[in-house]
Ligand binder design. Structure first.
Ligand code: ZN
Ligand code: CU
Length: 486
């Protein structure tokens, strides 16, 4: 009789490719899936009964800021509890490495989304960062991008201008080291003041290093409002300069004036896809979240403060209420709370649904794990897509929803042997109840855990079972050079 380490029986297999669901058992040996089909003649050292449940690839969070969260909370509760088995880190131009901050440095925004204390930025190169991750593995896998803003901070004495040729060369050297060590690509965030002065030539100059590697270019584009078409075109040009697939991060349209324009932006993206590889990700909410900025007040209908270093007691409250309590204008309140983070209601539900439903769109949470009262996307994104958008309003099929959070993401980022349930692929598996899966995190209770996730297996190790983490730390650093098959 064939013996497996784990057999998952009687489940409804949704394999991540988008193919129709089917009844099949899954057999695991070591870190990999060994067989899929009728395994009634085989035994598993661990037997998991998935009757009435969906058996899917572990979800891949296409857009995260978990660079430090992986080390601070290696059990990764916000992600594992949603069925996420892999996070793509280093988005929006900000990564924890490579930068060793001087002890007296101020961590510039938005890099401070990863940590306010310069002591947290302690990795002069990417090899040291990845070695630290591997020495104390997290419960889930990480695929790590290098942030262009981090490169600027490491290579430039002042951030209020575009880089000189010598500074671009220094950034190229840092990026080259990172790619050689196992980074999966580059991210930029020219929408933020610390990277805004960077010219397109600076971005293409840095990205040109990617030509030497399999890689990806992910970008929080320069403008998600009135000038979004210029910003998209710049992103495509930078991706082309690196011969890398371009991922448009958290695609959205900001401000009432631009609501409804996703019909045009998606057409523009589709046109670019005829010339070069392009992907995009999206989170399932009409509010965004980032550092607290004066310039966002005009386009947001409501602002909730998520954290403030001088006033932590205000986290979770509306900016308008804080302004009343402090007796200040909203603008002056923004200044008084710095450094701080916020949630901004600035999107249109019809755009969010149109972008989510667009077949090439991946799911990425963009969760901010270090906020005191974080945007609920940190704890709720994946069950919200499966529960609210898929089951309850029927925005797409279950097969399409799972594909957007697994197979599509692995293919877009080029993650070897991940994202699909197939013999030879890594055994990252999420088992959930399609009838009950639902997010519970709300604006008022942002860290409430989702429901409906039964079992999560990471690299062949049961890491979540019933209603709790097992304590396993089976996460790996994913490299684009990982073995495709056994
Ligand atoms: Zn961003
Ligand atoms: Cu982001």
């Amino acid at each position: 009789m064939t013996a497996f380490d784990i057999v998952v029986r009687h489940g409804l297999l949704v394999d991540g490719t988008g193919a129709p669901r089917r009844h099949a058992d899954v057999g695991i040996v070591g870190r990999r899936v060994a067989a899929i089909g009728d395994l009634s003649g085989a035994v598993g050292a661990i037997e998991i009964d998935a009757t009435g449940r969906v058996v899917a690839p572990g979800f891949i969070d296409a857009h995260t800021h978990d660079d430090r969260y992986l080390m601070l909370s290696p059990e990764m509760p916000a992600k594992l509890s949603q069925g996420v088995t892999t996070v793509v880190t280093g988005n929006c131009g900000i990564s924890l490495a490579p930068w060793r901050a001087p002890a007296d440095a101020t961590v510039p925004p938005p890099l401070n989304l990863l940590g306010q204390d310069p002591a947290e930025f302690r990795f002069a190169d990417f090899a040291t960062y990845l070695a630290a991750l591997e020495a104390q593995p997290a419960a889930i896998n990480a695929a790590c991008l290098v942030g262009h803003t981090t490169l600027r901070v490491a290579a430039m004495a002042s951030l209020d201008r575009t880089a000189t040729d010598a500074e671009i060369a220094a950034m190229q050297a840092l990026l080259h080291e990172a790619m050689t060590s196992g980074a999966i690509g580059l991210s930029t965030g020219a929408a933020y003041p610390t990277a805004m002065p960077a010219s397109t030539a600076e971005l293409t100059g840095v990205a040109s290093v990617l030509r030497q590697f399999d890689s990806v270019y992910a970008t929080h584009i320069r403008d998600e409002g009135d000038k979004i078409f210029d910003a998209l075109d710049e992103a495509f040009a930078v991706g082309a300069a690196g011969s890398a697939p371009t991922v448009i991060s958290h695609h959205k349209l900001i401000g009432p004036r631009n609501h409804g324009r996703s019909t045009e932006t998606l057409a523009h993206i589709a046109q670019a896809m005829t010339r070069q590889p392009v992907g995009l990700d999206c989170y399932p909410y009409t509010a965004g979240s980032t550092i607290l900025r004066r310039d966002r007040l005009a386009v947001a209908s409501r602002v909730i403060v998520t954290s403030s270093v001088p006033h932590p007691e205000y986290a979770g409250l509306d900016l308008d209420d804080i302004a009343k309590r402090m007796g200040l204008s909203p603008e002056d309140t923004v200044d008084a709370l710095q450094p701080a983070g916020a949630i901004y209601f600035l999107m249109d539900e019809a755009d969010v649904q149109r972008i989510l439903a667009y077949p090439p769109t991946m799911i990425g949470s963009d969760g901010l794990p270090h906020d005191t009262a974080p945007h609920p996307r940190l704890w709720g994104t994946f069950p919200r897509v499966l529960g609210h958008y898929c089951r309850d309003i029927g925005l797409f099929t279950l097969e399409a929803a799972v594909h957007k959070m697994s197979g599509l993401t692995a293919a877009t980022f080029g993650l070897p042997a991940r994202g699909v349930l197939k013999p030879g692929y890594f055994a990252d598996i999420t088992i959930f109840d399609p009838e009950t899966i639902m997010d519970r995190a709300t604006w008022g209770a942002p860290t409430s855990r989702s429901v409906g996730i039964d079992t999560v297996i990471v690299n062949g190790v049961v890491s979540w079972c019933g209603d709790a983490a097992t304590g396993a730390r089976a996460g790996a650093v994913i490299r684009l050079t990982d073995d495709v098959a056994m």
